[in-house]
Write a protein that binds this ligand. Structure first.
Ligand code: GLN
Length: 482
């Protein structure tokens, strides 16, 4: 079945002319038509266009004009990444019919390499959430257990790859939104160093934390996709020339002599099965020749309040642009201008987004600014220092991705604080701007995937991908049974 192949396998088969791009497209189209009704991973899916694009790619290949070895491979893109002429909803009613006039830098790079758009994936509204339950387009189901959440906010991207409805997808990660759904769905998800990938055309949630990255079924695919989307872009002033450039072919999974930091703080509150899967995996890495070093990440205790002050403060400012005038939804009931603002925002945003705008506006308001926002910034520096010190002694830090595996849909949606607390292991990497990856490490007794997180120093993607490859080699392969 073509839909079960990795990006690299598909690329080889295309290069050897054993398959056509149209055949790949047909394989995914029938898969999506069969399972997307239930899983709801896609918001926008246009099979006719895909078949047309695939036929054009086949044409390019037969006339020796392929754009890259990936020409003709379809990929899914999270619906907060702008695609010119194709609606980009951000999972929100306010952008339900928004059609961007330009491409995000990452999407342009995919197109330049001949990748085809498979569809736009479902997500928590404005990427705010950890379960994909806050989407205006309905929740996404976890392909490993339809009664469970797929994680969020890139739940559609992770579920699509996990259910083999896409060979690869792009997600965005502000506080764990690539890594946590990857962990819940049993796939690989990587958040690159802040600045490695251009954010141009990514609908902003919290600009100092947002980063785009790949969600794939293998570590090699993650490396290949990362190489394609990364690089400096003049339109995102925080993007940088990728230091430590490497080619995915250089990854060998050799971790002999590497020092891997393990912090007990990261296991506090983890459920037993998750902790045991992660500890067993760490033992296996030790057997492969890595040295396990105990470290202490004391500042992680402050990560949740710091993140939820900074992220909401930035969000309250970024989301100010949705006022019914320039973008998207426009309340039909409004008579005068001030009513237009109020009604549009009241009708267009969902509850979680409203909650965060209010929290952020409060944290930034005069009189409270120093006590909340500035304090959070100072504390962010302490978290950065914690990592700096750790990386003096270790090559990478290993932990669970989430303290718990996927849980039942509806279980936590009415308790935002409980939901926020689950982000405890992923948000520090965003606050410190370092790269992190989630790789499947095992399954719980009830068959739910559990991912292990590997975090590295700035621009040390190669190192953490190598460790990820080692994890992949010693862990059972996790795939859905349909
Ligand atoms: N779950 C976190 C939040 O709700 C992270 C979201 C993200 O990374 N986009 O903010």
């Amino acid at each position: 079945m073509l839909y079960s192949k990795s990006v690299i396998e598909l690329s080889k088969m295309l290069e050897e002319k054993r398959i056509s791009s149209v055949e790949i497209a047909e394989s995914y189209i029938s898969r999506i038509e069969k399972y997307n009704k239930e899983i709801n991973a896609y918001i926008t899916f246009n099979p006719e266009q895909l078949l047309k694009d695939a036929a054009e790619s086949d044409q390019r290949r037969s006339s020796g004009k392929t754009k890259s070895s990936f020409d003709g491979i379809p990929v899914a893109v999270k619906d907060n990444i702008s695609t010119a002429g194709i609606r980009t909803t951000c999972g929100s009613k306010i952008l339900e019919n928004f059609i961007p006039p330009y491409n995000a830098a990452v999407y342009q790079k995919l197109c330049d390499n001949g990748f085809l758009l498979l569809g736009k994936t479902n997500m928590d509204e404005f990427a705010m959430g950890s379960t994909n339950e806050s989407s205006f387009f309905g929740p996404v189901k976890n392909p490993h257990d339809f009664s469970c959440v797929p994680g969020g906010s890139s739940g559609g991207s992770a579920a699509a790859v996990s259910a083999m409805m896409a060979p690869a997808a792009l997600g965005s990660d502000t506080g764990g939104s690539i890594r946590q759904p990857a962990s819940f769905c049993g796939v690989v998800g990587m958040k690159p160093t802040y600045g490695k990938v251009s954010r141009f055309g990514l609908v902003a949630y919290a600009s100092s934390l947002d980063q785009i990255g790949p969600i794939t079924s293998t570590v090699d695919d993650a490396a290949a996709m990362l190489e394609i989307i990364s690089g400096k872009d003049g339109r995102d002033s925080t993007s940088m020339h990728s230091e430590n450039d490497f080619s995915p072919a250089e990854l060998d999974g050799n971790i002999k002599g590497m020092k891997l930091g393990v912090s007990e703080e990261y296991f506090r509150g983890a459920d037993e099965e998750t902790a045991s899967i992660i500890r067993k995996t760490i033992d296996k890495l030790k057997n492969l020749g890595a040295e396990i070093v105990e470290i202490s990440m004391k500042m992680n205790d402050y990560a949740i309040p710091v993140y939820y002050l900074i992220a909401t403060a930035e969000a309250s400012s970024n989301l100010g642009r949705y006022d019914g005038i320039k973008y998207g939804y426009h309340s039909p009931a409004a008579g005068k201008l001030s009513d237009l603002y109020k009604l549009t925002r009241n009708e267009g945003f969902g509850n979680e987004v409203k909650r965060r705008i209010m929290l952020g506006t409060f944290a930034l308001s005069s009189g409270y600014y120093d006590a909340y926002y500035v304090k959070a910034l100072k504390c962010r520096t302490l978290i950065v220092e914690d990592f700096k010190n750790a990386f003096k002694n270790v090559d990478a830090i290993i932990s669970p991705v989430s303290p718990v595996p996927a849980f039942k849909a509806g279980e936590k949606i009415n308790d935002p604080l409980q939901m926020y607390l689950l982000d405890i292991l992923t948000i520090s990497a965003n606050l410190a701007a370092i790269p992190g990856i989630s790789v499947p490490a095992g399954k719980t007794g009830s068959g739910l995937p559990v991912g292990i997180q590997i975090m590295g120093n700035h621009f040390e993607e190669k190192k953490i991908l190598n460790i990820a490859k080692a994890v992949e080699a010693v862990s059972e392969k996790i795939s859905v049974d349909f």
